[in-house]
Design a binder for this molecule. Structure first.
Ligand code: SF4
Length: 290
């Protein structure tokens, strides 16, 4: 871990990453790709130690309240968040200043901040997003070794359901010849129905690979699935998008399940839902929040 003083914290679309790099070890992680020009080891986490001050300043200069997003490039609940509490401090600021929050994670570490997320949602809007890829718990531990298992994540989703906090699930990626099966997708969809998720984001049955994450992924295939790298190379060469041979029927399964259970599936609708912030919501004051 190394600390830096960041120059800014919010992107043009009001997203933020408090850390850079990740210790969760997902074998397919796109954030490892060279195009992101990380100048340190992926597991040597960059900590933006002045993020809370930058965030408070950025929010104070906004003319309108809006949703603030986090979790796109790294998980906000890395192992070191347990003692650094950077994510928690930023959520506190978002709540105190009356903004909404959309947060994406694979870690049940988020439950530590349930009190703050509930307060935000009672006053304005909070949406928790979780990624699910693998129904089989043992396979999940191979593909995503450093983070909560699928079953643990689903238990967290149910806790959010019971506390009235809406959830959106990312179903992706699906690794050809590994977890791109009907059994896997059905298992995950059943979990989503059980947890009464608001929406499911699924761009397709497959994964993306590019320089940086491809090398790491192939190294892990050699380690855990001997012979499979060669099958990938024969099927996809150096393609960026690796679409599963089962893409069509499995996408139909996802769409049909969403329709039958009133789960949002349309990408635009879900993104609108994640971004929309009702200005008429009761606004927080500092005293209300505490
Ligand atoms: S949790 Fe996200 S950022 Fe971290 S290794 Fe997994 S895919 Fe990459």
């Amino acid at each position: 871990m190394h600390k830096v003083k960041a120059k800014g914290i919010l992107s043009a679309s009001n997203g933020m990453n408090l850390y850079r790099g990740c210790t969760h070890g997902c074998i397919y992680c796109d954030s490892r790709s060279k195009c992101y020009q990380m100048d340190h080891d992926f597991e040597d986490i960059e900590v933006k130690e002045n993020a809370p001050e930058l965030l408070a300043d950025a929010l104070s200069r906004k003319r309108k309240k809006c949703m603030i997003g986090t979790g796109s490039m790294t998980d906000p609940y890395l192992h070191l968040e347990q003692h650094l509490r950077l994510t928690r401090r930023c959520i506190e600021i978002i709540g105190q200043m009356g903004f909404g929050l959309s947060i994406l994670t694979k870690s049940t570490g988020i439950l530590r901040d349930l009190d703050l997320l509930k307060q935000i949602h009672q006053r304005s809007k909070c949406v928790v997003q979780m990624t699910l890829t693998t129904f089989d718990e043992e396979l999940c531990k191979v593909l995503e070794p450093g983070v909560s298992t699928t079953r643990e994540r689903v238990e967290a989703l149910k806790i959010f359901r019971d506390n009235g906090i809406p959830t959106v699930v990312w179903l992706c990626p699906f690794l050809p010849f590994i977890n791109d099966t009907e059994e896997n997708i059905r298992g995950l969809l059943d979990y989503c129905v059980e947890a009464k998720v608001k929406g499911i984001l699924c761009y397709g049955i497959g994964l993306t690979l590019r320089d940086g994450n491809r090398e790491y992924f192939y190294q892990k295939l050699d380690q855990h699935f001997p012979g499979l790298k060669e099958k990938y190379m024969a099927a996809y060469r150096n393609a960026y998008e690796l679409v599963s041979p089962n893409h069509e029927p499995l996408m139909k399964l996802v769409r049909d399940t969403c329709r039958e259970n009133d789960i949002l599936f349309d990408m635009d609708q879900i993104w609108n839902y994640l971004c929309e912030f009702d200005q008429t919501s009761e606004q927080l004051t500092f005293d209300d929040f505490w």
